[in-house]
Ligand binder design. Structure first.
Ligand SMILES: [Zn+2]
Length: 503
């Protein structure tokens, strides 16, 4: 049986035009009323830390399924959707699964970096000058438009220090930003307080902007963009992530949620997720290193986003209530007789659909697995013993390659900025800053491997974990900047001048 080749256009069609699972109520509001940003770290939702997928866990496999319309849903018209009849047949061919040879560009950073380059070099490669300039000009413009009292225009040096400050306080885990300037030495952080006065820091955080409000299109206009507040950053980073890194052979397509309450025009409700309300991002990440390569904030279809140039094979989970799902695999008498490890498959036009019994039934759709070779997965039993459960190859392959977006999220979360804000787009701003930091760390890791590809005793660059990478990045971004007035140099300068003009 020949596998059906799926173009990336189709993948984009499937994931980015996916039907909305959520309450897509759009609120009418004016979010730019100069709201204050409240601090402390929001209590974290309970997250599933286990990257090994448990297929008995409904919420995990619901995050990574291939989306096709459900059978009884068509909200806009209220009519039942129809699809052409699909003839599913027996899967009687048993051959080994053969992946095509990978012919893409070499996996990893596109550009070469000098041996032992500083973390900030990697970060600046992704967070471009255009983005720094945008932060400076739009923040100054917004502050002037809002007539902020005693506003002093910011500079790129100050904004870099400000971003470094946010990263730094996330490693430091100050529970409340205001504690940094506390007179109580137990909770204060004088090293951070050196960079900004409290007033200047809050002035920057309250006025930081990426878009010009006066150029926004009326919300009733056809060109209105719900994401205009964050769109420039999304556009620049998407391009930057893709042009600076080449994916490996296996990629993972999944959704990520950026939690955030308030009047968010792209807020989604996802009852199966640990974070139930927030902004949803569709992401494409590299399975081997968790580099996030492409993402789209879910706010309806984007114009002109389809990628072209290479094809891909696809494996995903699929709910049994989706249109076109093979009826032979929903037969209750068949499903009842299945024991853990059993599976049944059917096929049509190069696509195979498999239902496999773990603690629950899980369905997989694949256009690469033209046979269902046997493999094993490990499962923990009560009492801690580990047993091997038989599983078709599609399960093992899915398990192995599907966790990139979760892994990226887990890695990022360790030192995430994660500050609460009343401005809905600020949570996305913080999220993208963290993704950029993590992607630059992953780039550094890949370079570390190539720098030290010789014998171990000839290693030319030290290994760096995420914490030490971020710490070095913070030091470079903050540099020697301080918003505090330094009186001593000024005094020396005046004294020097007075000496010069003395007759
Ligand atoms: Zn990779």
């Amino acid at each position: 049986m020949a596998s059906r080749y799926t173009s990336l256009d189709e993948i984009h069609g499937i994931i980015f035009d996916a039907p909305d699972d959520s309450d897509d109520s759009i609120h009418s509001w004016d979010e730019d009323s100069n709201e204050e940003i409240s601090d402390p770290h929001e209590a974290e939702d309970v997250q599933n830390q286990n990257l090994q997928r448990d297929f008995g866990n409904e919420e995990m496999h619901s995050t990574s399924e291939i989306r096709v319309p459900t059978q009884n849903r068509n909200r806009s018209s209220g009519k039942r959707q129809t699809v052409p009849e699909i003839n599913w047949g027996d899967l009687d061919e048993v051959v080994n699964v053969a992946y095509p040879e990978f012919s893409g560009p070499q996996h990893g950073p596109v550009h070469s970096f000098d041996v032992d380059s500083e973390p900030v070099v990697f970060f600046d490669q992704l967070f471009t000058d255009e983005l720094w300039d945008l932060l400076v000009t739009k923040t100054n413009r917004y502050a002037r438009q809002a007539n902020v009292n005693n506003w002093v225009d910011t500079t790129q040096e100050e904004i870099r220090c400000f971003i470094g400050f946010l990263f730094g306080t996330s490693i430091n885990k100050n529970s409340q930003l205001d504690d940094i300037w506390s007179s109580d030495w137990v909770v204060a952080s004088p090293a951070f307080a050196h960079f900004f006065t409290r007033d200047r820091f809050w002035a920057l955080l309250s006025n930081i902007h990426l878009a010009d409000n006066e150029k926004s299109v009326d919300r009733n206009h056809q060109d209105y963009d719900k994401l205009y507040k964050i769109r420039p950053m999304v556009t620049i980073l998407k391009q930057s992530f893709q042009t600076n890194y080449s994916l490996g052979q296996n990629v993972s397509v999944d959704e990520a949620v950026v939690k955030g309450k308030g009047r968010n025009p792209v807020k989604q409700y996802m009852p199966m997720k640990p974070k139930k309300r927030g902004s949803k991002l569709w992401c494409i990440g590299c399975s081997c290193c968790a580099h996030l390569w492409d993402f789209q904030l879910y706010a309806g279809k984007e114009k002109g986003t389809a990628e072209q140039g290479f094809g891909t094979y696809t494996v995903g989970t699929l709910r049994s209530n989706r249109l076109g799902y093979p009826k032979c695999l929903t037969d209750k008498s068949l499903l009842k007789t299945m024991k853990q490890g059993d599976h049944h498959s059917t096929t049509t036009e190069g696509i195979t659909e498999t239902v496999w019994k773990d603690t629950k039934d899980v369905s997989f759709l694949s256009n690469v697995h033209s046979s269902m070779g046997q493999d094993n997965v490990s499962r923990k039993k009560q009492g801690g013993s580990v047993v091997a459960i038989t599983a078709p190859t599609v399960v093992k392959d899915y398990n192995k390659n599907m966790g990139a977006i979760d892994k990226n999220d887990q890695l990022k979360k360790t030192y995430a900025i994660d500050r609460k804000s009343k401005k809905w787009w600020m949570s996305i701003f913080f999220h993208l800053l963290d993704v950029c930091r993590l992607n630059s760390f992953i780039m550094h890791q890949q370079c570390y491997l190539s720098w030290n590809s010789g014998p171990v005793e000839e290693d030319v660059a030290p290994r760096m974990d995420q914490k030490s990478f971020t710490s070095k990045l913070v030091k470079s971004l903050c540099g020697t900047y301080t918003s505090r007035k330094l009186w001593l140099p000024l005094f020396v300068t005046q004294f020097h001048i007075s000496l010069c003009i003395r007759p």
